[in-house]
Design a protein around this ligand. Structure first.
Ligand SMILES: C[S@@+](CC[C@H](N)C(=O)[O-])C[C@H]1O[C@@H](n2cnc3c(N)ncnc32)[C@H](O)[C@@H]1O
Length: 282
């Protein structure tokens, strides 16, 4: 188990930076999920660790009802605000942790998504809970950006975001241990497929959708990207925040006098597992 107790300060202060800073998923993600889940506008989606509703909103038109589940109130408020702005009325927002799926009265789902959120959970226990909440034939989809082993495209001609330099600055301010809320965080090392093999899902497979190679961000957006991360959440910097921001702006200007950067998030990876009704345990 990676995290035992949920720390409510994990993403504190990040929600409003999320949509302006985080690079979007592949344009092929939604069509791929629609095809994999044979989505036809009926059924229900549970989007776990929904944050400001990135997947909830993107998939809303493919379901009758969507539940965005997240423990962070600010994220849910941002999701509700964005849904209202887009005129989407079939999304409900529920406050809770993935580890509470079995005790929350959420009903049954055709698809359950985790967008960059599965690694925050007690994965094996949560996968079993998800299995129970999926209709027969339903699909679990674990989505993230993937760089490793993926070909890097040409890009639109601006310098890439100097991630190493920014991470070095973060380390100078916050220390070498990757911060997360009140504590630290260690990324799970075993692939989701290995973990799912130990659950009733059994078999899973990995699909890649081509990442967007044309994302150009200005300095504000690069800063917003980092302030949307748990390891660089604004409250972690305390009264050093303005100085940190100044240092990042100076470093970015030195890297790109135009103030523009190429943001290559990598391809979008989906780990897919289906509920066949023939799970190992019942
Ligand atoms: C990186 S954001 C992902 C947001 C969105 N799903 C996306 O695709 O961009 C991770 C989200 O996971 C949520 N989270 C953290 N621990 C969680 C847990 N134990 N159960 C459910 N969600 C959790 C955080 O509050 C945060 O909103």
């Amino acid at each position: 188990m990676i995290r035992v107790a949920y720390d409510p300060t994990l993403f504190q202060g990040t929600a409003t930076y999320y949509t302006s800073g985080r690079p979007p998923y592949s344009r092929d993600l939604v069509p791929t999920l629609a095809a994999e889940g044979r989505l036809d506008g009926s059924g229900r989606l549970l989007d776990v660790g929904c944050g400001p509703g990135i997947l909830s909103l993107a998939l809303a038109n493919h379901f009758e009802e969507v539940i965005g589940l997240d423990p962070d109130r600010e994220m849910l408020a941002e999701g509700a605000r964005r849904a209202a702005q887009s005129g989407l009325e079939n999304i409900q927002w529920a406050q809770g942790r993935a580890e509470e799926i079995s005790t929350l009265d959420l009903g049954m789902f055709r698809m359950v998504t985790f967008g960059q959120s599965f690694h925050w959970t007690d994965r094996e226990r949560v996968a079993e809970m998800v299995y129970d909440r999926l209709e027969s034939g339903g699909v679990l989809a674990i989505i993230s950006h993937a760089h490793e082993g993926r070909p890097q495209p040409e890009g639109p001609g601006y310098p890439p975001i100097p991630h190493e330099a920014i991470r070095a600055l973060i380390e100078r301010y916050l220390g070498p241990r990757r911060r997360a809320g009140q504590g630290g965080f260690a990324q799970p090392t075993d692939p989701h497929e290995d973990l799912l093999a130990r659950t009733r899902f059994g078999v899973s497979r990995r699909v890649f959708c081509a990442g967007r190679d044309d994302i150009v961000q200005d300095i504000d957006a690069v800063l917003a990207n980092y302030f949307s991360m748990s390891f660089a959440a604004p409250p972690l910097f305390g009264d050093q925040r303005a100085r940190f921001e100044e240092d990042v702006r100076a470093a970015l200007t030195a890297y790109s006098p135009s103030g523009l950067f190429w943001d290559w998030p990598g391809d979008t990876q989906i780990v897919l597992a289906g509920k066949t009704g023939q799970g190992k345990r019942s």
